[in-house]
Write a protein that binds this ligand. Structure first.
Ligand code: 26Q
Length: 799
């Protein structure tokens, strides 16, 4: 598109949408018109891509995920289309600043954290790499809540993203699907054999809304299809005429509640009916859609697995297994055996956690009540699976109870996936080893080769090129722009490792980015930070296992050593960003602890030139885009064995931050890339954690035998923090803490001493930073999606 064409298109969009001239339009009208121009351009490309994909009979991947944490789209789309500067110029003529439009866009916060952002990065990379892919999820009216901190306590407010973000969605009511819940199943013998009939069900309509996914310099445009729930039960006129107006509308409310709001939990919580309905709703709508498209093109479902792979992002869409069976048998007349063969060959699954409490389970009672037909299928899957293990793997007879899909009154979703899917993968080398050796060990023995690893990745164009243009420009100047499409080329930077002028420019860019973040901090929370201080960031969901508390405890220790022992350190600013699950009391208590610590330290003139704490409210994708480029220290301090991968660690690394971390998740692979001399490793390893757990972890002994630690904790018991009581936190640390904060406390403190020392040698620090950037290419999601495409999905690119 030329600048002239863009100008025409924006002008036309303004007149069509608002019946006025561009010169007279409000900024909001311009904003909506620019989005509409981009959507039109992408739709055009999407439909010609679809034609080409159909013509080439390409195999397609359907990525099923309850979450796609898209963030903002405008800048990303303009960047990918290569028209950002042209649009900027056109808008300038209208006296509109493009940056101002960017700021008007809300984040599409349709996810909680890592898993949702991973799905968004993968769609972006799949498109850039020309793989035919469609994402399927729910059109939540409200995404992840807006977090406000009031007196240290997290409060949640609704996120009405559609008001300013709805312009990206194209409704496709003609492709709506019907979904059936509740009711009863009846089995009937007829001349054709046993038929199952689902009766007295409750109907909901699933209406698709498409969000176009652009890829950098790509031949194709893919889409993310989001299902919205609409009531199909007729408005109850009889109730209405009897004057029971509210009751007459109840049908509507129940159906439409399904796509109202994203569950703001990123761990398992008590299985709620609404969550199960959400899962079945989007799984059933998507699979019906996939089968219809396939039939239309090929006239048969016999070759489904040859042309389609359906990927299950964690167990949330695990109902794909019984639902695909149901559709093949009940709607398309396949026998059990034929349907099972197709289903297993079509479905692949990624696991994202090994923590047993996070593995999804549903009570039989609730499951069978709301999905009666699906339940009968799961029962039969379970029966056949157990029978198969019993007959064909006698050495595993003792493990059947553990491996079964149904057990202890529950339907176990992870077991359902592993029993069926042709591929199961973990998300980092360490995590995948734990799956094979521990969580899914018995399955690994009977299905050799099924379990594999694909280490996570990030779309480096968003996380480096778009969010850190200064750094991206410097890199381009040094090694050319090949790294934009091939992350591995970043390694060419290594030849500047000892080039002081390059290292100084790296430092200047970091400083610019720190100034930008400082302005944001002052504006959003009124705290003035020293831009020459070390910017040390821990930004991720709040979880006990991620151990924000370890960092907070260390800060309190620093504070006391500065005050009481005259310790001098390089000025250090600790920055936190973290949302807690709304019902997770301990996580909220940890936020309260960090905020209280901040209030006390930031207002104490005795330390304020050396130490500051900032808790940034409402951490989200667009805030991460300001945070990552400004960070110098990346905190990745989970208890070893608990963080499946982490992806924030990769975003910090590619922006030149140095990692202080445990050997957990993808930190292990970061360590492999940069070596121990370019990061700050500390703490127990996974085998050490396991050994310590087996022998019994006794933090009270650590407390009693370490006078310094005892003093520190006693002072919290005695004085609280800034007058607020945190006894419960101390009791937790010396009592049941399953994440062993105190066990790693001294090692962590030593790692920070080293950080402080190395920072005193800027050339050394910047050299380490450069090595981190240079070695981050392997964490590009282009690499990750290629591994999925080549090793698991067997997809080829569109030619
Ligand atoms: C389950 C049941 C009910 C309600 C909510 C949930 C739920 C929702 C979201 C459970 C888990 C999640 C999200 C998990 C997640 O984000 N996991 C992270 O995935 C990343 C991508 O692979 C990894 O890098 C992280 O290590 C992992 O924690």
């Amino acid at each position: 598109m030329t600048q002239k064409e863009i100008k025409e298109k924006i002008r036309n969009a303004v007149t069509e949408k608002f019946a006025c001239e561009a010169e007279d339009a409000t900024i909001r009208q311009i904003y909506e018109s620019v989005i509409s121009m981009v959507v039109q351009e992408l739709s055009k490309r999407s439909s010609s891509a679809s034609k080409e994909i159909a013509h080439q009979e390409c195999k397609k991947v359907y990525y099923m995920s309850m979450e796609f944490l898209i963030g903002r789209s405008l800048k990303n789309n303009l960047y990918n289309l290569g028209i950002e500067e042209k649009v900027r110029a056109v808008l300038q003529d209208l006296n509109v600043d493009l940056e101002q439009l960017y700021e008007m866009e809300p984040d599409a916060g349709l996810g909680n954290g890592g898993l949702g952002r991973l799905a968004a990065c993968y769609l972006d990379s799949l498109t850039a790499c020309n793989y035919p892919a469609t994402g399927f999820s729910i059109r939540y009216e409200f995404g992840i809540f807006r977090q406000v901190i009031i007196d240290g306590w997290q409060m949640e407010f609704p996120d009405n993203w559609l008001e300013m973000g709805g312009g990206w969605l194209i409704p496709r009511p003609d492709e709506a699907q019907e979904i059936h819940f509740d009711g009863q199943v009846e089995e009937l013998w007829s001349s054709e054999g046993l038929k199952t009939i689902h009766k007295n069900y409750y109907k909901v309509l699933a209406v698709p809304y498409d969000l176009m996914i652009s890829g950098y310099d790509s031949k194709i445009v893919n889409k993310l299809r989001l299902w919205g729930a609409k009531s199909l039960e007729n408005f109850d006129m009889s109730l209405f005429s009897r004057g029971e107006y509210l009751k007459s509308c109840e049908g509507d409310a129940k159906a439409e509640a399904i796509s109202r709001v994203l569950y703001p939990a990123d761990d398992h919580e008590e299985g709620k009916v609404l969550r199960l309905r959400q899962q079945y709703f989007f799984v059933s709508a998507s699979l019906q859609n996939i089968l219809q498209d396939h039939l239309k093109k090929y006239g048969t479902l016999d070759n489904l697995a040859e042309k389609v792979v359906v990927h299950i992002n964690d167990t949330h869409p695990a109902l794909c297994v019984p639902e695909l069976m149901r559709l093949l048998m009940d709607d398309h007349g396949y026998s059990w055996d034929a349907a099972w063969k197709i289903t297993c060959a079509t479905l692949a699954y990624t696991n994202h956690t090994v923590m047993s409490e996070a593995l999804e389970k549903w009570s039989i009672d609730l499951f069978s009540r709301h999905l009666p037909r699906i339940y009968t299928i799961v029962q039969e899957i379970n029966r056949r699976f157990c029978e198969n293990v019993y007959n064909n793997h006698p050495e595993k007879r003792g493990a059947i109870d553990k491996m079964a899909v149904i057990g202890e009154g529950m339907v176990r979703m992870a077991n359902l996936c592993v029993a069926c899917c042709f591929s199961v993968n973990g998300v980092s080398a360490l995590h995948s080893e734990i799956l094979k050796e521990d969580l899914f060990r018995d399955y690994h023995d009977i299905f050799p080769g099924k379990l594999t690893n694909v280490t996570n990745g990030i779309v480096h164009r968003r996380w480096l090129c778009e969010s850190n243009p200064l750094l991206s420009d410097l890199i381009t100047e040094l090694i050319g722009d090949g790294f934009v499409t091939n992350g591995a080329e970043l390694e060419k930077l290594l030849k500047f490792k000892n080039d002081a002028s390059v290292l100084n420019r790296l430092a200047e860019i970091k400083h610019e980015n720190k100034l930008r973040l400082s302005r944001y901090i002052e504006h959003s929370c009124g705290i003035k930070v020293n831009p020459r201080s070390i910017f040390d960031v821990q930004a991720k969901r709040l979880h006990e296992y991620k151990r924000q508390l370890l960092c907070a405890l260390h800060i309190y220790d620093l504070y006391r050593r500065i005050k009481n022992e005259g310790l001098r350190i390089h000025p250090h600013t600790f920055i936190f960003g973290a949302k807690a699950s709304a019902g997770y009391v301990m996580a909220k208590e940890i936020i309260r602890f960090i905020c209280a610590l901040g209030d006390m330290i930031n207002n104490d003139p005795a330390v304020s030139d050396q130490l500051k704490i900032v808790f940034l409210a409402d951490y989200k994708v667009s805030l991460a885009e300001i945070l990552m480029p400004a960070a110098e220290v990346s905190e990745q301090i989970s208890l070893a064995g608990k963080e499946a991968s982490g992806t924030g660690n990769m975003k910090f690394m590619i922006n030149g931050a140095l990692t202080v971390g445990t050997l957990d998740g993808a930190n292990v692979e970061i360590h492999e890339q940069v070596g121990g001399e370019n990061m700050f490793l500390f703490g127990l390893t996974t085998p050490e954690v396991n050994r310590w757990k087996a022998d019994g972890y006794h933090p009270d002994q650590l407390y009693r035998n370490d006078p310094h630690l005892r003093d520190l904790l006693d002072s919290i018991l005695k004085n609280g923090i800034g007058g607020k009581n945190f006894e419960s936190i101390v009791r937790y640390l010396i009592g049941p803490d399953p994440y062993m904060v105190l066990a790693d406390f001294n090692a962590y403190k030593n790692a920070h001493t080293k950080i402080n020392d190395v920072y005193g040698d800027p050339l050394k620090w910047n050299e380490m930073s450069l090595v981190n950037i240079a070695k981050a290419g392997i964490f590009a999601s282009d690499r990750a999606v290629r591994e999925y495409a080549e090793n698991i999905w067997h997809l080829s690119t569109v030619q």
